[in-house]
Design a protein around this ligand. Structure first.
Ligand code: FAD
Length: 388
């Protein structure tokens, strides 16, 4: 039976709990707010299926001949609501229009992030936009299998580890399955997110009505986090000012497995990978209007077919894959662990002040570091001038 001895060795994908024939595996939240499998040994029949489908125990890779594109959805409204160029929505609409079902990450009424599915175009808004916390897979692998077995086309979107989990769980190839993953920096703790949201709700005096982690009000590159409360007051801070984003980008509260992610490779199990096209201004400046450009990696023939059907709905330019991921190291490399991570989580439940102060405590740039960064910046500018 599955036993997690090192937290880094579990991505929380839920493949084990979905496959268990006697439902004896529950996903239980740990002190940091991440889910891990716990087996009820009194019910376990020792079938070993849980270990056999664990994507970390049985790390699968494919050899892909990835082709990369810079893309923009021509529908400006959808593009504005999306994190980057709005390619997810184009793919999802195409699947639904041909009678298929789309799985993705959406907030429920309590702002818990869960995977679910829809076959309605008007429901796709709930999946749109990146949510910077780990989404709970729940029973969605089982649900996807039911659709697949009935011959219904499924587009399953998620983080690369969630796609590895799904592929492992299914244990057979389905022609009617399209897997879509993202380039993923890492997933933050849902518990930390809840504490951050509660602090803002207290400050603004009302519950949250809407959240966007990728508000483009001030542009795509300097995106903002915005929360709209029930009293219609809106909080909006850009990624350098918002404290939750600061902790996220300092890698302070990612899932332990994210620091040694087994799915960071170009040989992914997904058919298509979508991401922000960071660095687009250096590669295809004509596709950069600071409203959002997607990087799309086509990893399989299935991915190629569906992508080609969308050509007239996008502005597209093929780019060199190596160039394209130069500015997006999260495609192939895990982020380093923040050396204050353990201290942060030890204090989380006991810290006498708000969570923002605790995050600030462990992400503050020291005076010495600020001076070092300033001098380094000046030296780099001088070097650039000399090289010209
Ligand atoms: C936690 C996280 C980290 C990311 N890190 C990077 C990065 O380092 N570099 C980079 O280029 N891009 C990263 N992205 C991806 C990027 O932000 C966009 O999601 C991607 O470019 C797709 O944008 P879009 O405009 O096509 O569609 P959007 O409408 O923005 O994309 C929505 C899609 O993202 C899925 N999604 C949203 N939140 C989650 C979640 N928490 N878990 C699983 N799936 C989710 C939805 O189900 C849907 O499929 C990250 C996304 C997330 C959620």
């Amino acid at each position: 039976m599955i036993k997690i001895s090192k937290k880094q060795d579990c991505s929380g994908c839920h493949a084990c709990s979905n496959v268990c024939p006697v439902n004896c595996i529950a996903m239980i939240e740990d002190k940091e707010g991440f889910l891990y499998p716990e087996v009820d040994s009194t019910k376990c029949i020792n079938c070993s299926l849980c270990e056999n489908v664990c994507p970390i125990v049985n790390n699968k890779e494919r050899v892909n001949e990835t082709v990369s594109y810079a893309c923009i959805n021509k529908n400006e409204t959808i593009r504005f609501e999306s994190s980057s160029g709005g390619v997810f929505s184009l793919l999802a609409e195409s699947i639904i229009n041909s009678g298929g079902t789309v799985f993705g990450a959406a907030f429920d009424h309590e702002f818990k992030l869960k995977h679910s599915y829809t076959d309605k175009i008007e429901d796709l808004a709930k999946f749109r936009g990146s949510k910077y916390l780990q989404s709970k897979i729940g029973d969605t692998y089982k649900q996807a299998k039911e659709f697949l077995d009935k011959g219904i086309t499924v587009l399953f979107s998620g983080t690369p580890c969630q796609i590895s989990g799904l592929v492992s769980y299914l244990r057979k190839e389905y022609d009617n399955l399209i897997c879509l993953d993202i380039i993923c920096h890492g997933v933050p703790s849902p518990k930390v997110f809840k504490m951050y949201r509660s602090e803002l709700e207290k400050k603004y005096g009302e519950n949250t009505k809407r959240i966007s982690f990728r508000d483009k009000h001030y542009g795509w590159k300097l995106f903002s986090v915005s929360l709209l409360f029930n009293n219609n007051i809106e909080y909006r801070e850009n990624l350098t000012q918002d404290i939750y984003m600061k902790g996220f980008l300092h890698n302070l509260y990612l899932r332990p497995s994210c620091y040694d992610c087994k799915s960071k490779t170009l040989n992914r199990l997904s058919d298509i990978t979508i991401a922000d096209f960071w660095g687009i201004e250096n590669i295809a400046a004509e596709l950069d209007d600071d409203k959002g450009t997607s990087l799309v990696l086509i990893n399989s023939d299935k991915g190629k077919v569906i992508f080609e059907e969308l050509q007239n709905k996008m502005v597209v330019k093929q780019v060199e894959c190596e160039e394209a991921i130069k500015y997006n190291s999260a495609a192939i490399k895990s982020v380093p662990i923040n050396t204050n991570r353990d201290r942060f989580f030890k204090e989380l439940d006991f810290y006498p002040c708000e969570i923002s102060k605790l995050i600030n405590k462990y992400t503050k740039t020291s005076f010495a570091k600020k001076v070092y960064q300033k001098i380094r910046g000046i030296l780099l500018k001088i070097k650039k001038i000399i090289l010209k």
